[in-house]
Design a protein around this ligand. Structure first.
Ligand code: UDX
Length: 450
């Protein structure tokens, strides 16, 4: 790279979806800031919505406008197969014909088959996990057990931390062991072939699990991938640009937050995928109302009809319901006192890194493991209990937990822990911090190999 004449070129291949695009895009930006040329290969529709960024080039690798997305006939399973066929071909063509030689492929671990394409072309590959090390470690143990007991087709009991209620519809699949879990376990099958296994996490947060996984794979934590402007550093080169599944009404919700007192608002969001059943939605609504605190609730347009009649009107003094928000800005806002979350890994990590206490309401897959860590390991929140008969979290429980996190004496311990983890997250990505060092090491390795 001497004299700036040649830049190593990294091709980044995220899976579609808010929870995958966000961290891989932010990681791409970090690589670019360290002198790497980065091309992000992604969906046509995504390349259109993202703000142009001089640091990164976008390459449309899958035309979802023409081919359709995951909600087409045959469900997710048919889509995954079609996606793999088309993207494999396009990936091969792109790498072979790229004028600027590709020196490394960073692929979403869910697209594990991409490593064979890289190996076939003599290019090193790095798997990128958008879930926690703990969740992947849990899947790893489950996989080993299944291989040993040959239970792959026997609908085995899942460990509670990896329970899968409310898994998004997979077409014809059902049962406790649906195809989505097969798909997720699939990402472990080719992991040994990857030169690096990257996690959007940081060593201090998941130390023991990182150590365990490192015995088997070349694990490096590189997170949190949150832009540093949100971690209070306001670096001059840190221009935020990102992917947004829906258009957020930024000014409207930030202006509303500006009118609220410090640490008084409950921010509620269940991410981009989770679907609450109507009963749970209703309990949540009345729990928020009864708690008598201000709340900002993201209810995606597709979920809105489940809100109780007149709820928005009846709660307009205390509450604001919106369809999507700029989450990092909301979590950074001083009026936000806690985050009621489904514990998707991005939301969990964002909340930890911005020091916001959580109310953990996991819905499926890795979210259960994240919720366990929130309450039991990091001590940065509470997990409202599910009523075993009704199989939902009741309004009374929601009310009690909100008040415990915002107003009880418990809040002091949680606040102290949240502050500690916020500082550690900042340190990890700061110059010389654990994640920064890992990224430096990764970049040096790419440079040395090109
Ligand atoms: C999915 C899975 O659900 C999750 O379990 C897995 O760990 C990652 O993929 P998702 O459900 O969307 O992700 O949740 P999450 O991982 O929390 O990602 C959501 C992202 O959307 C976050 O980065 C969050 O900042 C952003 N978001 C969410 C917004 O920008 N605005 C919103 O209103 C809500």
């Amino acid at each position: 790279m001497e004299g700036g004449a040649y830049k190593p070129h990294v091709l980044v291949l995220p899976q579609d979806g808010q929870g995958h695009m966000n961290p891989m895009l932010q990681f791409s930006k970090r690589l670019a800031s360290k002198g790497i040329k980065v091309t992000v290969a992604t969906f046509v529709s995504a390349t259109k919505t993202m703000k142009r960024a001089s640091m990164i080039t976008f390459y449309p690798i899958y035309d979802d406008v023409t081919e359709g997305g995951m909600h087409g006939p045959g469900g997710l399973k048919a889509f995954i197969e079609k996606f793999q066929t088309i993207v494999s071909k396009n990936l091969l063509d792109f790498i072979k014909t790229s004028k600027h030689q590709i020196n490394c492929l960073v692929y979403d671990a869910n697209l594990h088959w991409a490593i064979d394409i890289a190996i076939g072309l003599g290019i090193p590959g790095a798997a990128f996990f958008t879930q926690s090390c703990a969740a992947i470690s849990g899947y790893h143990m489950l996989n080993e057990e299944m291989l040993l007991s040959d239970q792959s087709s026997a609908d085995p009991e899942l460990p509670p931390a990896l329970g899968v209620p409310n898994v998004p519809n997979m077409g014809s699949e059902s049962g406790r062991f649906p195809a989505i879990l097969q798909h997720i376990l699939g990402q472990l099958s080719d992991l040994e072939k990857a030169d690096w296994v990257l996690f959007n996490s940081f060593d201090e947060l998941e130390g023991e699990v990182v150590k365990e996984l490192s015995k088997r794979y070349s694990v490096k934590t590189i997170g949190p991938t949150i832009p540093s402007m949100y971690l209070d550093k306001r670096l001059e080169d840190d221009i935020y640009y990102g992917f947004n599944l829906f258009k957020p009404d930024k000014d409207f919700c930030l202006n509303w937050l500006n009118t609220k007192e410090i640490r008084s608002v409950v921010y509620v969001s269940f991410g981009s995928v989770a679907v609450l059943n109507a009963e749970q939605m209703e309990e949540l609504a009345w729990g928020l109302k009864q708690s008598n605190n201000s709340f900002l609730w993201v209810v995606r347009a597709s979920e809105k009809e489940k809100l109780p009649t007149n709820f928005i009107e009846e709660t307009s003094e205390k509450g604001l319901v919106i369809t999507w928000c700029p989450q990092l800005e909301v979590l950074s806002h001083e009026a936000v006192g806690c985050f009621m979350t489904h514990c998707g890994w991005n939301s969990t990590l964002e909340s930890v890194s911005l020091g916001v206490p959580m109310l953990a309401m996991p819905q499926f897959l890795d979210q259960f493991s994240d919720a366990k860590f929130v309450e039991e390991v990091w001590g940065v929140g509470l997990r409202p209990k599910v009523d075993t008969e009704k199989r939902i979290v009741t309004r009374e429980e929601i009310q009690v937990c909100i008040n415990a996190v915002l107003n009880d004496e418990k809040k002091e311990v949680i606040k102290k822990n949240a502050k500690k983890w916020k500082e550690l997250a900042k340190e990890a990505v700061d110059k010389g911090g654990s994640s920064d060092k890992n990224i430096e090491e990764f970049v040096a390795w790419i440079v040395a190999n090109c």
